[in-house]
Design a protein around this ligand. Structure first.
Ligand code: MN
Length: 764
């Protein structure tokens, strides 16, 4: 275990290899000039004065000299003077245009911890406001904790407690972390990884939550680059080549947009902005898609003077280019929780490209990039930054709320759970019954959850409880849900329909794999039974070895391939027989006329004892190892005499022999299959059946019918109603019952009801 204290001092032992520049932009935008030389006292003062003409230069100068002397000959891992680090941190904060106290505290932020300086000395020289800020930052570094989980939780807790006194502590801490991340390459690889993880887990989301998007993006990208250098390189390369290929298009879109707006009396600054590798990567991972379109990598910002212009510009855009539906969002009238405001829309713009647009005012643009720091901007004589924050910022309200939770939670882990939930607003965090945390993208459901736990859990999931209550597997998960996945060994593969229900790429891929295998196994199983049945009837011997010898003649690679082809209806069992025994003659029954065939079937089926028909294929429920379905309009239940109809690519459909639908297959005797029930009494299964009920039309009569069915353990799958006359309603009810006896009992009970005029079973 490595404690936080050691981690921090290692981090602080690092700095940039090259000299520090006068400018240290938070901005991750490309094209900023490299930093030519180490910033001097004069440069720092100049930077502050440029946005705050009334700055206390004397205070800044004293802090500069004090920190430089205090750190003295200390160096960072890169060999640079240690003082370059606080200086860079202060420079980052001048980009955020923060007040003198924040800049001074940034210069001093490591002095109490790493030098001879003390709180009282700092109070004495710089005043208690700055003293408190520096102490807040010092507290954050003095964390020695037991476990890694607890460490992270406790860090966040201390961080937020320190912020509770003054939000500027957070701004300085974030700038400190940003500079350490920028110089992470000098830190030993093992700690590098841990620092990057912590940045991605805590600091980047916290910056985002505070509305500081530029800061968040740079922290994310620096972490991404450290944690997954290969993926980072791939995404960046692809981004570069796409940007290069579309260079002309981007300036074309920019100029067309400006021109059109200008023509319509809107003055706006339009610029294309490349999305960050990390955000593209997470999107690719989440949706398992690549990026191909310009709109995947570029967004366009339209920045105007006032709100009215934003809506005017929106009108111009929407009347000039076709709108992509479902992409319009108005965060101006309804700001996000982190104070973000903009109008979002996507149009098919110049060059037939999808163009994503963000329309906003200059003020909104500042808040979108600098978030809570934008509120803390130096403003002439308008109260202290913290007061401004309290008055203006939603993000600050969130902070207060979180700090409120903090004082209520009993232990650090509980607190971490709580706060993480709040921090990652594009994710949901759920728990297994044993308390394991499962992180999923928003909109994920229980199927995604099950596959996130384990592929086997996903494949055998049959139901679930969310927070102790039964719920459908498709239920969308909410933060903090406790999810218990119910599994069944009888289900070896998931229904293929799950593939479109799942949200995560991981779940979808696993479902695809499992259903492909399961379907193939089912068809192979069916094919094998069809083949074996033919051999029994023809009284010839079947053996896998012999079939293996005949594979070249069938142009298949394996016995399983042959069986699956027969099961799918792509190959006839008689072809298999002929390949194995060239003088085999096709069974005559297959050449019977259709009418006769039905008669034969009826006759064959007449002894009710299925064991008398040894070649019939045994049928279980839908979870069987055969691709079995039941008659779509009426079903079939054990006890019914049944026949199977093979449909190429769809498996067998089981019909009760009395089904009128069978007439449709009279001309195709080769599709008929002898089947018999094979139901395991010890694990009862339900089968579908349809009944028709003529119900007297009076209040509560439907409830009576439903009650009878429920009381007799019938499961209603669907009810449709048809008013036949003023007095009667015809109900068509799809039921799930165990067998014919069960169904008959329900029908008898229904008939006994006064409100029921007639009950009949329906065979489709
Ligand atoms: Mn530091």
């Amino acid at each position: 275990m490595v404690n936080w204290r050691r981690t921090t001092s290692q981090m602080q032992a690092a700095t940039e290899s090259v000299a520090v520049a006068p400018s240290s932009p938070v901005s991750a935008r490309a094209g900023k000039p490299p930093r030519p030389r180490m910033m001097r006292q004069y440069d720092l003062v100049e930077r502050v004065r440029s946005y705050n003409p009334g700055t206390n230069e004397d205070l800044l100068n004293r802090a500069y000299v004090y920190a430089m002397k205090a750190h003295g000959a200390q160096t960072r891992a890169s060999g640079d003077p240690y003082f370059s680090h606080p200086l860079e941190v202060a420079a980052i904060l001048t980009d955020l245009k923060l007040d003198d106290a924040t800049i001074v505290a940034a210069l001093l932020h490591d002095t109490i911890e790493d030098t001879e300086a003390t709180r009282s000395e700092i109070d004495h020289i710089f005043g208690p406001e700055i003293g408190a800020l520096v102490e807040g930052l010092t507290k954050l570094k003095r964390l020695e904790l037991v476990s890694r989980e607890a460490k992270q939780a406790e860090n966040l807790r201390k961080l937020l407690l320190a912020i509770a006194d003054d939000v500027r502590v957070l701004l300085i801490k974030l700038a400190d972390r940003l500079h350490n991340m920028r110089t992470l390459e000098f830190v030993p690889p093992a700690s590098r990884r841990r620092i990057a993880e912590e940045t991605l887990d805590i600091y980047a989301p916290l910056a985002g939550r505070m509305g500081m998007q530029e800061m968040r993006e740079e922290l994310e990208d620096l972490s991404f680059r450290t944690l997954d250098p290969e993926a980072y390189a791939v995404v960046t390369q692809r981004l570069d080549s796409l940007a290069e290929r579309n260079r002309n298009l981007i300036s074309e879109i920019e100029s067309q947009l400006s021109k059109n707006l200008q023509k319509n009396g809107v003055n706006a600054h339009v610029y294309g902005r490349r999305k960050q590798p990390f955000s593209i990567w997470t999107k690719m991972e989440r949706k398992s898609v690549g990026f191909e379109q310009l709109s995947d990598i570029f967004g366009f910002r339209v920045v105007m003077k006032d709100v009215e212009s934003c809506y005017r510009a929106l009108g111009v855009v929407h009347t000039t280019w076709p709108v992509v539906p479902g992409r319009f969002k108005d965060y101006i009238s309804t700001p996000k929780q982190n104070d973000y405001r903009s109008i979002h829309t996507t149009v098919i713009g110049p060059g037939n490209q999808r163009v994503e647009l963000q329309l906003r005012t200059e003020d909104m643009d500042q808040i979108a990039e600098f978030g809570i720091a934008a509120h803390a901007f130096y403003k002439d004589g308008v109260g202290s930054p913290t007061e401004l924050l309290k008055r203006e910022s939603n993000a600050f309200a969130w902070l207060r709320h979180t700090i409120g939770i903090l004082s209520e939670s009993a232990n650090p882990e509980e607190f971490l759970e709580h706060t993480k939930l709040e921090l990652f607003h594009d994710q949901v965090f759920c728990f297994t019954p044993k308390g394991k945390l499962i992180a999923l993208p928003r909109q994920a459901n229980v199927i995604d959850f099950a596959y996130a736990v384990h592929t086997d859990v996903g494949n055998s999931a049959v139901g679930c409880k969310i927070n102790g209550k039964f719920a459908p597997l498709s239920s969308e998960l909410q933060n903090g849900d406790e999810v218990e996945v119910l599994t069944s060994e009888a289900q070896s593969a998931p229904p293929s329909a799950w593939e479109s229900l799942a949200v995560t790429g991981k779940a979808r891929a696993a479902i695809r794999r499992a259903t492909r295998t399961a379907v193939r196994d089912q068809y192979a199983g069916l094919g094998r039974r069809i083949v074996e049945r033919l051999f029994v009837r023809a009284k010839i011997e079947y053996a896998d070895d012999k079939l293996r010898g005949a594979l070249p003649r069938l142009a298949r690679g394996s016995v399983e391939d042959v069986m699956a082809a027969v099961g799918r209806g792509e190959m006839k069992a008689s072809d298999v027989a002929r390949a194995m025994y060239p003088d085999y003659k096709e069974e005559r029954v297959a050449r019977y006329g259709a009418k006769k065939s039905l008669a034969v079937k009826l006759k064959l089926k007449s002894p009710p004892d299925p064991s008398r028909s040894p070649s019939a294929i045994p049928v279980r429920g839908i979870n069987s190892d055969l691709p079995v379905k039941f008659a779509p309009n009426g079903g079939a239940v054990p006890g019914d005499r049944i026949v199977g109809i093979v449909s190429p690519g769809e498996g067998i459909t089981i019909y009760p022999i009395q089904s009128p639908a069978l007439k449709d297959f009279e001309e195709e005797p080769e599709r008929w299959l002898d089947v018999r029930w094979d139901v395991d009494e010890s694990t009862p299964q339900r089968f579908p059946a349809r009944i028709l009920v003529d119900n007297v039309n009076e209040p509560g009569s439907l409830a009576q019918v439903a009650t009878v069915i429920a009381e007799h353990d019938g499961n209603i799958d669907n009810i449709s109603m048809f008013r036949r006359s003023p007095d009667f309603t015809e109900l068509t009810i799809d039921l799930e019952v165990y067998d014919l006896k069960h169904l008959s009992a329900i029908i008898a009970q229904l008939r006994a009801k006064a409100v029921v005029a007639r009950v009949e079973r329906v065979n489709g």
